[in-house]
Design a protein around this ligand. Structure first.
Ligand SMILES: [Cu+2]
Length: 125
């Protein structure tokens, strides 16, 4: 991870904290999909969608609240990709979706193991 990337994440976290401070509404955590393999359906409200396109995750950084779900959508023709975190991952495929519900605040980097420069981050506040 480059220093520039860390700076971007720090900025995102600062923004997340500032936003959270202004929000009186906190989402109630819902059922978690932690540890599941390829989850075909969302188990919590989908708060952000990331498209796998042009050998990249778009957007590369998404910020959600704890208990919310991120959806990944494959849309890169015949180029296979996967979504791989430290402790959970999608399958490698060319179409379809993957969902993960994040229960704990933190910064979660992930990547596609096939394309070394294809990386993203989920910030959970
Ligand atoms: Cu890939």
């Amino acid at each position: 991870m480059t220093r520039h990337r860390l700076t971007m994440i720090a900025a995102a976290l600062t923004l997340a904290v500032a936003t959270a401070a202004c929000s009186a509404v906190q989402n109630v955590p819902v059922q978690s999909a932690s540890g599941s393999s390829d989850s075909p359906r969302a188990t919590g409200p989908v708060a952000a969608t990331v498209t796998l396109v042009n050998t990249s995750f778009a957007p590369a950084v998404v910020t959600i609240n704890a208990g919310q779900t991120v959806e990944w959508k494959w849309n890169d023709g015949q180029v296979p990709h996967n979504v791989t975190f430290d402790t959970f991952r999608s399958s490698t495929k060319i179409t379809g979706t993957y969902f993960h519900t994040f229960d704990s605040p933190g910064v979660y980097p992930y990547r596609c193991t096939i394309h070394i420069n294809m990386a993203g981050t989920v910030v959970v506040r």
